[in-house]
Ligand binder design. Structure first.
Ligand code: AMP
Ligand code: MG
Length: 586
């Protein structure tokens, strides 16, 4: 989310400018939210109204809702006024947050100014103000000055100042999900190759501090700004000297110079040939030395250092740039940032990273039978397990989960839900209704777009997958059965999302391990069993392959992948184990 502010004195035209900017950006198709600071207690209703009475009675939060809008009033009692960042965190993700007021917060802002207020500008003193919008010409300020009414020019300035990603997300081809013709049941590898070939990144880009980049996908190659290490330094605590100045003999004696070299406190002078200096780990090697002897290997008496001969030239010293040289590739575009990557970029002097915006993954459940757990005990209802499962997966993968709720098997409602979803998400995951039966409305609706491809994949478990685009947004229509929904998501959606997010195609991690079970498998389709390792490191399979046995998902710590071909497995046969952790399930 981009954040930009409008500030100014009372009656300076702030709210009018906010109003024009909101209208301007929303007309361009951006989702804009606003935040406003006020010095008064926030009260949306007169005293005596119902919600006012709830609050007075002590409610912590009061939600006032109608068909038109929802307001949440959170009472602050014995807490400080919330900071802007905390307030922004309450907003639903959007493209731009325009903030009115909060003049002392660090976000960039424009100052509205009207001559009639008689006030002098805030701008020169407040260095978060990046431009001024004024109703009268102003003297030179070293800042851009706009006509208060020139909304397009002010909006263009805000777009540049925030580095707002262009909205023109690259479009996927309409037939991008077409499978090779003439094949009845598509092998898993062919289906995967199709996804891999056809997909491309759809996420925009933004700059974030390196310390906040974990889970984000780099949008550019990142180069070392400085070498690591930046200068030659000691690898141990000990004594440093020039190797060329070592005296002869089985035991070496050298005078010590006064002073020492420590990390962050270099020794400024040159160490004379034939003399040594006290040095600590990480200290820059002073001029005149190239070799370090460990303190455990020496004796020091009366300012003389003694140690056995045999030290190698350059021992215990690290050369400048021996790890990474300045200007060399630190991490490539497409890398998903993990904690060690954060360390590397930081060590190489990068404070910011150019990353892709988080892929927004919408999750929608469909089916008349579905109900939220906790709402009913009616045995005719099925609790919605897929939506929380898929939202959790998406969050664990570092994407932005967008909960699109549950819709009944009603084509108009589903149509509306998909319209809404396509504006909120970069990719949509639906579950249920994806086959070609009477109640398979997802499938029927997606079919109307002309972009639907039913993937009859030779995989068990997993009924057909429905792949399509709705208003240009890719949709993965998953089977309703939670076991099949999970497995198809892990095998197909996970690598596909990685590419859509700007990252690399992902292959699941796998290990060949001896089986602890028996199974005869026919040829023609790939099978995934819920599996886990026993104490001997052998692979056990869940007692039932029934796809309704959800308990097996929790019992397992991974999957066994059985090949497309026929297989006869007995205890000890090597099988391919795919741990949950390799799928990013934690
Ligand atoms: P469908 O693909 O719509 O025919 O659904 C197949 C099976 O999965 C049915 O038994 C559904 O009740 C069940 N199912 C569908 N969606 C969900 C869900 N979100 N959570 C749990 N079970 C579901
Ligand atoms: Mg259904």
């Amino acid at each position: 989310m981009k954040i930009f502010g409008v500030t100014g004195w009372k009656n300076s035209g702030k709210t009018g400018l906010m109003e024009r900017l909101v209208a301007h950006f929303t007309a361009k198709g951006l989702r804009v939210s606003t935040l406003k600071h006020t010095h008064h207690g926030v009260d949306l209703e007169r005293p005596g109204t119902d919600t006012h009475r709830h609050r007075e009675a002590g409610a912590q939060e009061v939600v006032l809702a109608s068909a038109a809008r929802v307001s949440i009033l959170h009472e602050l009692r014995d807490t400080d006024e919330p900071r802007l960042a905390e307030l922004i965190a309450r907003l639903t993700p959007c493209d731009l947050v325009l903030v009115e007021g909060f003049k002392n917060a660090p976000h960039p802002k424009i100052e509205a100014h009207r001559a009639a207020t008689g006030e002098t500008l805030l701008a020169p003193k407040n260095d978060t103000i990046r431009a001024v919008a004024s109703d009268v010409p102003l003297p030179d300020l070293d800042l851009p000055i706009f006509d208060l009414d020139d909304t397009p020019a002010i909006a263009a300035f805000i777009e540049t100042a925030t580095g707002m990603a262009p909205r023109s997300i690259p479009k996927l081809a309409n037939d991008c999900f077409a499978l090779p013709p003439g094949v009845n049941w598509t092998p898993v590898d062919k289906a995967l190759a199709t996804l891999r070939d056809r997909l491309q990144p759809v996420a925009g880009t933004e700059t974030v501090p390196v310390g906040q980049a974990r889970g984000r996908v780099l949008a550019a190659d990142h180069m070392a700004i400085r070498s690591n290490p930046p200068g030659a330094n000691a690898a141990v605590d000990g004594y440093a000297f020039a190797f060329a100045g070592l005296p002869a003999g089985d035991v070496v004696h050298m005078p010590l110079v006064d002073g020492r070299a420590a990390a962050g406190a270099p020794f400024a002078e040159t160490v004379p040939m034939g003399q040594a200096i006290r040095i600590l780990t990480g200290a820059l090697l002073p001029n005149g030395v190239d070799t370090v002897v460990m303190q455990e290997d020496v004796q020091v008496n009366d300012g003389t250092l003694s140690f056995p001969a045999g030290v190698k030239p350059g021992a215990n010293a690290r050369a400048a740039g021996e790890d990474v040289a300045a200007g060399k590739l630190a991490l490539p575009a497409g890398q998903k940032m993990r904690a060690p990557d954060v360390a590397l970029l930081s060590a190489l002097g990068l404070s910011n990273a150019k990353v892709h915006t988080r892929l927004r993954v919408g999750v929608l459940s469909t089916g008349d039978e579905l109900a939220e757990p906790g709402t009913t005990m009616d045995i005719a209802r099925t609790y919605d397990a897929n939506r929380p499962m898929l939202l959790s997966l998406v969050e664990g993968w570092g994407y932005a989960p967008v909960d699109l709720g549950h819709v009944t098997d009603d084509r108009d409602i589903l149509h509306q839900a998909l319209n809404d979803a396509a504006t909120k998400a970069d990719v949509i995951l639906t579950s249920g209704g994806a086959s070609a039966g009477d109640e398979d409305h997802v499938s029927a609706l997606l079919g109307e777009t002309g972009s639907l491809h039913h993937w009859r994949i030779a995989i068990k478990p997993g009924r057909p997958l429905a792949l399509a685009q709705w208003n240009g947004t890719p949709v993965f229509g998953l089977p309703g059965n939670p076991v099949a929904a999970l497995i198809t998501t892990l095998i197909f959606a996970r690598p596909a999302f990685s590419v859509l997010a700007g990252g690399n195609w992902l292959e699941p991690q796998s290990f060949l391990l001896p089986a602890a079970f028996s199974k005869t498998k026919k040829s023609g389709r790939r099978e995934y069993l819920r599996a886990r390792l026993n104490d001997d490191g052998h692979v056990e399979a869940f007692k039932s392959e029934g796809s309704g046995r959800i308990s097996g998902l929790g019992w397992a710590t991974g999957l066994v992948e059985l090949p497309d071909e026929a297989a006869e497995i007995t205890p000890g046969t090597m099988v391919r184990f795919l741990p949950y952790s390799g799928f990013g399930i934690t």
